[in-house]
Design a protein around this ligand. Structure first.
Ligand code: GDP
Length: 354
């Protein structure tokens, strides 16, 4: 048994700053890469625990706890559409959600939607109260933890921030959630954390990364335990045809392991199909993941949680959103087929809606 990385999704209203926040997290992990090996993924960004420890040093001195998870895996596509391709039986592939709110705008239409989604699928979430640098009179302290930068603001600015936080507390209360600014929370099981931050200046990012790490290992430990030798289970994010390679699928592996040569089962519109993995690809370890687009390395095996590209024959009508199962014994097939078939109407319904 091992503890895998939690899978994190970023939700929120358009323009709240989801993309900027993910960019900031990516850059943070690139800049701090000496602290931990940069592992490249498809459709996801991994921030290793060494990086988190490094940028949250001062916070770790205050909130002394041991970090046990290997890393955080952020799904790269922000927004609610990411969810329709991230389902699994009985819920979502995401273990944790960050709901980004523009501090000056407060709750907006898609903020409400995001909270509904998390509530229905029972995904724990926190609020990233973004753009604190836009509060009148804010003195920026790039990359600093929120609990440090707030102390350096004028009383008036501190009061203004609390007013914004309070508005969010009231909105969440209407949903039945008790919440507070994260540094005032006594029991994280009972209260939703609100983290004021800025994707532009990086203030509050250390708090965000450390808090997600702490909360997920404390409250999701059972969910994150995987058998690293077990047959892989993942979800298909996308299928495409690559010049010179043929059909490929990009998947997020959330349980077990997957190897070159493994047999896989997945859904198409016409039922269950099978394939044998010809190769497993991951982006090359370049400094910037965005330049890694067409440059891949072949690997022999990979463990959850990971974003990976699969090359195989027979993938042409693989359905995004379908679960993908590794099976190495034919006895396992009946059971896998039944599980896949139970999902088909749901997946086609969601695919057609988009
Ligand atoms: P998304 O639609 O939620 O992905 O939002 P974007 O990340 O595209 O951000 C929308 C706009 O807000 C862009 O112009 C960003 O530059 C800006 N923005 C995002 N985060 C911040 C922030 O922390 N501070 C400021 N001042 N602007 C921000």
């Amino acid at each position: 048994m091992a503890i895998r990385s939690p899978i994190i999704v970023v939700l929120g209203h358009v323009d709240a700053g989801k993309t900027s926040l993910l960019d900031r997290i990516r850059n943070t992990s690139i800049i701090n890469k000496e602290a931990g090996e940069m592992t490249q993924h498809i459709g996801a960004t991994e921030v290793s625990i060494e990086v988190i420890k490094n940028i949250s040093k001062t916070l770790l001195n205050i909130y002394k706890f041991e970090l046990k998870i290997p890393s955080l895996l952020f799904i790269d596509t922000p927004g609610h559409e990411a969810f329709s391709n991230l389902r699994k039986r009985g819920g979502s592939v995401s273990d944790f959600a960050i709901i980004v709110v523009d501090i000056l705008e407060g709750f907006q239409k898609q903020t409400y939607e995001a909270i509904e989604i998390c509530k229905n699928l029972k995904i724990p979430f926190l609020i990233a109260l973004n753009k604190i640098d836009r509060i009148d009179g804010w003195k920026p302290n790039n990359e600093k933890p929120f609990i440090e930068t707030i102390k350096q603001q004028d009383q008036k600015v501190q009061a203004k921030l609390d007013e914004y936080v309070y508005n969010i507390v009231v909105k969440l209360y209407e949903f039945g959630f008790d919440s507070d600014r994260y540094d005032r929370i006594k029991d994280f099981r009972k209260q939703v954390a609100i983290i004021p931050l800025s994707a532009r200046t990086g203030e509050g990012i250390p708090d965000l990364l450390l808090l997600i790490s702490g909360l997920s290992q404390r409250f999701l430990e059972e969910k994150l335990k995987i058998n690293v030798e077990g047959s892989g289970i993942g979800v298909i994010l996308e299928r495409k045809e690559e010049k010179g390679i043929g059909d490929v699928i990009d998947i997020i592996l959330y349980d077990g392991r997957i190897k070159k040569g493994d047999k896989i089962a997945f859904l198409t519109r016409n039922g269950v199909k099978y394939a044998k993995i010809k190769s497993l690809l991951k982006p090359q370890n370049l400094t910037d993941i965005r330049f890694a687009k067409n440059k891949f390395n072949e690997i022999n095996e990979v463990y959850a949680a990971a974003g990976i590209r699969i090359v195989a024959d027979n993938l042409e009508d693989a359905l995004p959103g379908s679960t993908i199962y590794v099976f190495n014994k034919d006895e396992e097939l009946k059971d896998i087929e039944n599980r896949l078939k139970a999902d088909i109407s749901d997946i086609i319904f969601n695919t057609d809606k988009e």
